[in-house]
Design a protein around this ligand. Sequence first.
Ligand code: SF4
Length: 154
Amino acid sequence: MPLDADHGWTRRNMITAAEIRELLSVDYVLSSDPRDRDGAPAERFEVRARVPGTAEATGPVLGTVGIIASVTEPFCSDCRRTRITAEGKIMSCLFSREEVDLLGLLREGASDEQLAERWQDAMWIKPKAHGMDHVGLDAPDFVQPDRSMSAIGG
Ligand code: SF4
């Protein structure tokens, strides 16, 4: 994701979700994890060994693998994440350029209800996707936030 501190991310260097699945499918068969994704960032797959030279799986489930494909297969429409930065700012989206102050309110002695209301207000302005009103981390109107993922608390 283009949330690196040195802003060096490029689509050219990215591995797509389809490419990851293709690489794994050389030796394994992936099938959708039956558990509800429930808004989780990772799409989970159960992994079984592949019978060489076929599309067939063999043996028990070896484990699960999760692929977070926020660029090539965005899941923003199911996102209900919210974050508080180390400085007490609410961010409703990793790519949001708007932050809502919570710490100041807290230091003024606000009640739990006031804090909850501020947080709720912050979430009402949650962008639809990727900090904008549409998906597209390589769209012409996409602006990478100044903060890196590690500074946001991704
Ligand atoms: S880009 Fe924003 S809306 Fe999309 S999944 Fe990430 S935090 Fe949620």
